[in-house]
Design a protein around this ligand. Sequence first.
Ligand SMILES: [Fe+2]
Ligand SMILES: [Fe+2]
Length: 481
Amino acid sequence: MEKEFAFSSQAAYEILYRFYVVLKIAKIHDPNNANFQDQLRHLMAALNEPLRRQGRIILQIRRNAFFINFTRIRVSYSDFYINRSLLVEFGRREIGTLTFSEGLDGAELSRFIAFLSGQNPHKSILFEQFHEVFTAADFRHIQAEKAEKLDFNSTKERQNRLAAQTYFLGIAHLKELSKTEERVSSFHVTKLWIQTIFNHLTDDESFLYGLTNIKNHDEYTLNHSVNVCILSMALGRRLGLSNRELMELGIGAFLHDLGKIEIPDAILNKPAHLTAEEKRLMDQHARFGAAHLLRIQGNRGFSGRALAVAFEHHYKANKDNWSPYRKKNNINLFSRIVKITDYFDAITTKRVYRPRAFTREEALNIMIQNKDAEFDPLVFKVFVAMIGVYPIGSLVIMDTEEIGIITEANPHASMAQRPMVKMITDRTGRKINGEVVDLMDIDPQTHRFARTIVKTLDPEKYGIRVADYFLAQVAEVPAVT
Ligand SMILES: [Fe+2]
Ligand SMILES: [Fe+2]
């Protein structure tokens, strides 16, 4: 046994990936199936060399990440699904560590995979229950250990609580920024806040994204600005922007409507259509915002691109409403991003002049109808893929007649109609605080998907506030002051 043998992250990833594939296939086919056998051989091949050199392979979960012999497995964004799926598999049985030792062969591995996949995948069980049947199955070269509670729940809950706090801090900070002219000194706070949002986005984008369901029409602009900032940074990530660019984009998006502080409340909150004169003034908020940012930036300097967002975020792709003085052929990428996220957040919010907010799915359809006139085609395409066929926060009914809220998109585009769903009613329509289920799950009896979405529902009609379900995951919700 060579102590020195270190796992390359690629070799570690290979094991995780093979494990995932075999487990998925085992849910559909029995161990005699040729496809299963083929994939099992791949997994065995990935395990063999490290088993021979190190004597054992310890697959462990810590803080929602997998480690193999203490090497953290890096999973790229596009393979995030693998990580999530295995975390669910382990989490449902409270397994923290699996150890494979030398002597393991294909037959035992095959038996173990069949054993794991044969258990009811929809129900969580205690580790003790799992371990009892696991011990009875008598695996000679595989051991399972219980996860520390911290790994599955507390860490996640803590992270989510911090994310929610950051969300509300953003609102409080922007409120502060809009109140006084003394803003220069606050700019570093804005930067810090954006940095924190960026960190949360990398940790758990879905949760932060779920928070953008928080709508507050009394303080519409504040709430809206935080939502637009989160959505824009998430979109910017998918467009491949660098970290530095994402920070600049975040600042531009966060402050995009700052010019609205110069528009009288009577116009901002008018419960009817604006007159031509009022509309003209309202449209000025973009110019006011840009001028305002120039005034307050002092020598710390916003980037030109962040400044441009305030000025350009309502510019249509067909150039209908562009300033006649504008010489350039196009507007900057950040403005094209914020144009889209701003539009989306605005129409999914109830306003005094629009008593019903569109559901996220309706909003997406409206945007698709208007896309040629309004949005940059490429950025919009990436946005549609990000929001998904069923956006996070959508209320959906399934073929089982259960109702749930989408909490996480399926990162595989071809499987977009199979996201993660938090169940909120049972089959009889009774409200429950149900589990989060994966619509990729296969019913072991029928070998078909256990649940399929039939359609989306309007949360308001059902008296459901979607944001509450995201906030319910955090113990205390800080008040906005
Ligand atoms: Fe605006
Ligand atoms: Fe806006």
